[in-house]
Design a protein around this ligand. Sequence first.
Ligand code: SF4
Ligand code: SF4
Length: 187
Amino acid sequence: MADPHVCARCAASGPTCCTLTPGQEEFCFPLSEIERHRILEAGAGKGFFAQEANTSAFLDNLRKLFPGEDERLDELFPARGAHFRLATGPDGECKLLGPEGCTLPREARPYYCRLFPLWPQRSEVMVFGAGRCLARQEAHGLNAILRLLGESKENLRHLHGRLRLAWGFQPRDGGSLFKDILNRNAS
Ligand code: SF4
Ligand code: SF4
């Protein structure tokens, strides 16, 4: 059964996907300008972002998410360059996290946050091995997690297509999703 409050319950009970291990900030996902502006428009100040170097560990992590797209990744995140990420406190918590979960409206959250703990890849949808994710703990298997989160594969693919576009990747399906995104221009 869908539980729209699963992430709020997760936030109330302990660390969530919104908290990283201090010292591992380089592994945080990057923010595109589109996503950053959307967060700014939602009322968050510039202190909610941090700049992070494009380290080889950061890129290796992204290569796992975008297999076969090394060349484009190197163009988007050149060595000695930097990218924006969400700012975190000394405890590793995203500064946008409140006691009842994310303080941003859903449509202003970064795409990666909206996809987690799922990640469409080619024709499959991967489930991240996130042991402390309450949705993962309470639902077993992709379909059960989708049901609990009230999500659909179609919407995940759409969000993922938007993330690819925002981050600077080419559309994956010959352009139809790209056109769909431009036409809908929503959330
Ligand atoms: S923006 Fe919101 S959902 Fe994303 S990591 Fe921060 S608190 Fe969590
Ligand atoms: S996606 Fe998982 S880890 Fe993140 S807040 Fe929701 S239940 Fe918790």
